[in-house]
Write a protein that binds this ligand. Sequence first.
Ligand code: NAD
Ligand code: UDP
Length: 310
Amino acid sequence: MRIIVTGGAGFIGSHLCERLLKEGNEVLVIDNFVTGDRKNTDILARHAGFRLIEADICEPLKEDLSSCEAIYHLASPASPVDYREIPLQTLWVNAAGTKNMLDLAARSGMKILLASTSEVYGDPLEHPQKETYFGNVNTLGERSCYDEGKRFAESMAVNYRKQFGMPVKIARIFNTYGPRMRKHDGRVIPEFITKALGGEPLQVHGDGGQTRSFCYVDDMIDGLTALMNSPENFTGPVNIGNPEEVTIRQLAEIIMEKTGSESRIIYTDKPQDDPLQRCPDIALAKRVLGFEPKIGLDEGLQKAIDYFRT
Ligand code: NAD
Ligand code: UDP
């Protein structure tokens, strides 16, 4: 198959491309490197079927891509540190960028998968989160550029499906981690591992009682590819993640122990609207996609630590 991956120079995108290339597909990445990494596309360029278009997907595409059969649409800043720095670009890539990709898919008869997020649930009042929960989002808060951008993108995707009858898939991705995250992208796992290995204090926001459920990237790629290959009439949205839930304080302690670090843990202010709890209900993904995460936090963190050590 010929497959487009927007955001393929990023963390999840580069793992996805690698999987698709190894399966014998041709992969065309569109990325403007706003949060991506050239090291990732250098690795992908070793495969014969890989091609890179360096472009902002918010702009009209210059190339004729109509011979492609599917789009994985992942382009968007994803770390709170990143999207707080470029809130307008974050809103815009999820609005104009998503519209451009949906138009391309509609025109050329391609399947399209939208990478949405657990952030559509905001600071959830229902726990664990099922796809039927509408969420609790502050439309004006520091995270709103991302949360509302993704909510708009989801709405656009289902309405393209409704109006044009095209195959659309929506993945609600929960916190994902693993090799190739940027050391300083600000997300908690690379942040804690880098600080623990460097002997610097780990900064826990608030009292560290907030929870997250972390999915190892290989499992995430299993879920995304299963969703793309699911029956044509299945749109979702579907939660993809690992329901193993930990507090951020526990996470800091586990990483300290696993790295053998002598760093200190310090407590700082909790950012605005930082969700207090997050855990996916993955019953739908299990039933429809046969999705089952295989790599637990203990094993996955060890792989991530080994990566950051080198
Ligand atoms: P990332 O920042 O590593 O990758 C995003 C990629 O998109 C980067 O390569 C960036 O350069 C590219 N990009 C951004 N704006 C662009 C634009 N206008 N034009 C072209 N390329 C652009 O992030 P990630 O963690 O790999 O996340 C990938 C997707 O998964 C995102 O859509 C994100 O919202 C979603 N997601 C990720 C997580 C997670 O925990 N990693 C959780 C929920 C949802
Ligand atoms: N966090 C933290 N210290 C850090 C980075 C993050 O305590 O150095 C907290 C953050 O406030 C949040 C959790 O860890 O409660 C997960 O943060 P991350 O940015 O990885 O993802 P998200 O908030 O989007 O789930």
